[in-house]
Every structure is written in structure tokens, then in C-alpha cells.
Design a protein around this ligand. Sequence first.
Ligand SMILES: Cc1cc2nc3c(=O)[nH]c(=O)nc-3n(C[C@H](O)[C@H](O)[C@H](O)COP(=O)(O)OP(=O)(O)OC[C@H]3O[C@@H](n4cnc5c(N)ncnc54)[C@H](O)[C@@H]3O)c2cc1C
Length: 545
Amino acid sequence: MSGTGSFSPEARAESIHRIDHEGFDVLVVGGGVMGCGITREATLRNYKTALVSRGDFASEANGHSFGLVRSGFDRLRRYGLRVGLRALREGRTLSSLAGHLFSPRFLLLVSQREDDLHSRAHRLGLLLCDLLSGSPASLRALGDGELGEAEPLLRLEGAERALLRHGYVVDGDRLSLSNARWAYAHGAAVANYVALVGFIKDGGRIVGAHLRDALTGERFGCRAKVVVNAAGQDWDDVRLLDDPSTSRRLRFTNASNLIVKRDRLPLSHTIVIEPKGGRSVATVPLGNCVAVGQADTGHVEDHGSTHASAPDVAHLLEVVNRHFPSSSLAMEDVLVSYPSSRPEMVGRSRKPRVATDHAILLSPSGLFSVVCGELLTYRATAEELMDMVSDVLHYGHGMRVSFLSGSSFEPLEGSFDEELRKSMLADMTKRGLEAGVADHLLSLYGSRYEEVLSISEADHQLREKMKPGLPHIWAEVPYSVTHECAVTLEDVMVRRLHLFVEDAEQGLDVASRVVETMAPLLGWDEGMKALQLSLYRRLVAESRP
Ligand SMILES: Cc1cc2nc3c(=O)[nH]c(=O)nc-3n(C[C@H](O)[C@H](O)[C@H](O)COP(=O)(O)OP(=O)(O)OC[C@H]3O[C@@H](n4cnc5c(N)ncnc54)[C@H](O)[C@@H]3O)c2cc1C
């Protein structure tokens, strides 16, 4: 079985060779959490599986998500019993299988006081959900004193109250990568920067796909019994490649996001502000920055624009300044502003249905298309899809198939329980690592932190922090290449180390050294080093307002 080496650029090259020369049971298109989750699910069922992604893993919707997951009660209220219960179950499953990536957190919710009966019913519902999801009974209104201690700069207005409640914060980038890495290590062929550009058909049925390596421009094909379209926002484009006469089923709601320095907005908690009659604004501490975002600010045609609109940015600043008057944030404080868009499924009725849960379509030529609007339910959606794919493999191809989903009990790599966490922290302290660095390594790599540290054994300079005030160490850069298949500077800065959003300089001051560290591992010459640097500098420049 292949995939025994580390998840490196060589693994990518070997995967491309296999995709070109071998036949597969399942070809998955899309390297977001959905595509990576499906690839793991298929591999767990012993199907010979390949995954291709046009960009890096988690480079699209995943990369824009704040990864906030509130309790299943929100789903229950908004989408009904079935979706709500599914979300509750998944919260429990994922926090036990991937605790380091899907970690329970307390979120501070600033919401409107409701009349007594409504308020009591709401609280009862939340407490029941906490009970069902096995999480601590967490919903609690904070008194003035407690709030002052928790978030000294936060001011409530009018009928607002502050509730401390249970939720999760998910690292969507790492969740995708973890699923992809696991699948590769267990026999799947996995390649980032490979796009589907067309389908191979036989008698009107899809029997494979035409692919293009985005790094070399080379074209090749992949034969597969089943092709799954998990292309996220490009879902319809892939469906149209299959059937140009089909109608688009997704439209996009806009979301606006901005990033400010944490010393300008010093928060300890993730805070969700629900203004009266308005949409929620979330503030999320990330390293030495804070991200501020608001979803569903309107519909967009172009989901590829690079900046949040000026009125949206002004509105976000206004909501934040009302609640944190001492910060007085101004346009000059905005380091980065970017829009993102979230797909909505257009149903058969005239009223569009928000795809907050998921949708699966099967085309007449046999293309499965799956879209999922929530990180929380990606695994359950992958399981449901693979049950349908298993039917096709069994009845259409006579294969022996499995309806048992190992993903509901097989932990993701790196996961750990509280006891193991304590012993890993003790181990890192003994080895001389600062507490902040140890916490950082555990939250990114879980029990794989050992692999990162082993890289620095030959060169102790790699144990040094990349810059003061941040917990990243230099060993993470070569590790991103040799164990996490980063092949560009952007992959490392944005999705492996998150310096793009967690560092006030967006890593520009360390970018040259990162390039020098990556170059020998990727065979970059001077020209390629300069190109990588200029592409990253351009990305940073474009992100600034
Ligand atoms: C602004 C925003 C905020 C969000 N906030 C939250 C949140 O707080 N909590 C939460 O649970 N969820 C949130 N979500 C939703 C969550 O991010 C998505 O549900 C999830 O990322 C969807 O994953 P996906 O794999 O379906 O799509 P994507 O992550 O978009 O992945 C699609 C992949 O398909 C690839 N692709 C596209 N076309 C091709 C092709 N032709 N060939 C090969 N590959 C192709 C792309 O390169 C990409 O890797 C948010 C989403 C957005 C946009």
C-alpha cells in the first residue's frame, strides 16, 4: 500500500502518478472539509479512493470560516428537530474524536433580554441541549461584576444581557488537512493543486475525469467508478461541466470580515453580539489579532471579490465601538478586510433554502454533488453520502461494500484526552519549551507535536520562536512542507501557520526566512524564491483596505 511515507510534496507527486495510471473506486473533487472528510470516509470503507483539489487544502470557504459552532439548539430552533439533533450528536462525536481541533469553548453571547416566558423557554431548551450533547450545563447569565472581570472593556446597551454559553471553536483548515493526511496514510491518492477540468464519459455515464496539475500545467486523466463533486462554492461549475443544460442551484450570501490588532481590541473571549433587529457580529481573538465578522450581509453575484465593502467595514466598526467604546476603532486600525460568501441552496420552491445543513444530488450521468454549509456536520454528511455511493458500487459495479462508518468511532490523528494532554504538556515543559509554545503546538498538531520537535533535533535553532509575541517556532516551517504537503509560501503563511491572520505584520517580516527554509525542500532556485515572495506580498497588499 502506498502512503506509508510522510505527507510531503513527494507524496503529492506519487499520488498524481497513481491517479494517472491506476483506476479508482471513488474520485473526490474538492479539498475543503467536505471533500477531505469524504475521502477519509471512503478510505475507511476500504474503497480505493483519490482526492484532487484545485487549490491547497482548505483554501476556500474553509479558510474564511471563523469556525464558530454554537449548540445544536440554534439549529433546532432554526432548522427543526432532525437537523438540530444531528448537530447535537455531531458536536459530541467530533469533540471526542478530534478534541484538539474541535474544542469545546465558552462563548460570550450578547443578546437582547426577552420577556420572561420566552426567555425561560429558551434557557430550558439550551439546558436540555447541553444535557443531550453531554456538555457541561453551561448557559449562565453574567452579573455586572463577573462580566467586568471576564471582559472589562465590554459595555452592554439598552436591554442587552451577557450570557456565557457552551459552543465549539473548530480549526477548519486543520480539520481538512487532518482528514486528507489520514486518508493518504491509509492508501488514498491525495493531491492538492490539481483541478478537474472535464469528465470522461462512456455511453453518457461518467467513468472518470480530466485533470490539470495547477503547478506544472500538465493534463492527465483519472478513471473512477464514482466521481463526487465537493467543490464548495464551485459546485455548480463542476455540475455544469457534467451537464451544460443543468440549472445553477447555489447562490451566495455575503459575509464581511476584518482584522485589527489585539492591543487595539484586547479581548479574552470569542464574543457574539446580537444587536436588536440586526445580524450577529462575532469577534474572535486570533494570536495577536482579533477578527471581526458578520455573515449574511446580502446576496452577491461575484463570490471572488477581494475586499469587504466600505459601508460593511464602517458598520462592523460601529457595532464594535458601541460595545467597546474605549477602543474607538477607526478605518486606520483595520489591518485586513475581506469578504467571503456562503452558499445557499436554491430549492424547487421560489423561496431559497439556506444550505446550513447539507444537500446531495445525483445527476443522470452518475455525478454525486454534495454541499455542506456547516463544519459541524461534515462527517455526518460524508457518512450519508458514502452510504449512497456504496449502493452504486454494489448494485452498479457488483462490489462488496460496507455500510459501517468507522469515522464515528475512529479518532482523527493527533487527538488526545485530558490525561494525555497533561502528560504531553509536562513532557514539553521538561524539554524546555515555554507554556505558550507548548499550548500552541498541542492545539495545532495534537499528539503529533513530537514529529514537529523531532525536526529540530539536528538543528536547535529551529526550536526558536519565529517572532516575539507569537508562539510559532521555526521547526513548523519545514514540518509544513515535509509532513503537511505545503508547496507554496502562501500555504505555509495562511493555512498551516495562520500568520496571515494571527500576526499584525501578517508574517511579512519573517517571509524571506520562511522562503529560505522552504527552498531546499522544494528545490526552489533564486527565481522561484523571488516569485513566492512577491506573490505573498501581493496577497497581503490586496488584503489591506
Ligand atoms: C464567511 C464564512 C463563515 C463561515 N463560518 C462558519 C462558522 O463559523 N461555523 C461553521 O460551522 N461553518 C462556517 N462556515 C461554513 C463552512 O466554512 C463551510 O461549511 C465549509 O467550509 C464548506 O466546506 P466545503 O468543503 O464544502 O467547501 P470549500 O471549503 O469551499 O472547499 C471546496 C474545495 O473545492 C475545490 N475545487 C473547486 N473547484 C474545483 C475543481 N474544478 N477541481 C478541483 N477542486 C475544486 C476548491 O479548491 C476547494 O478546496 C462559514 C463559511 C463562510 C464562507
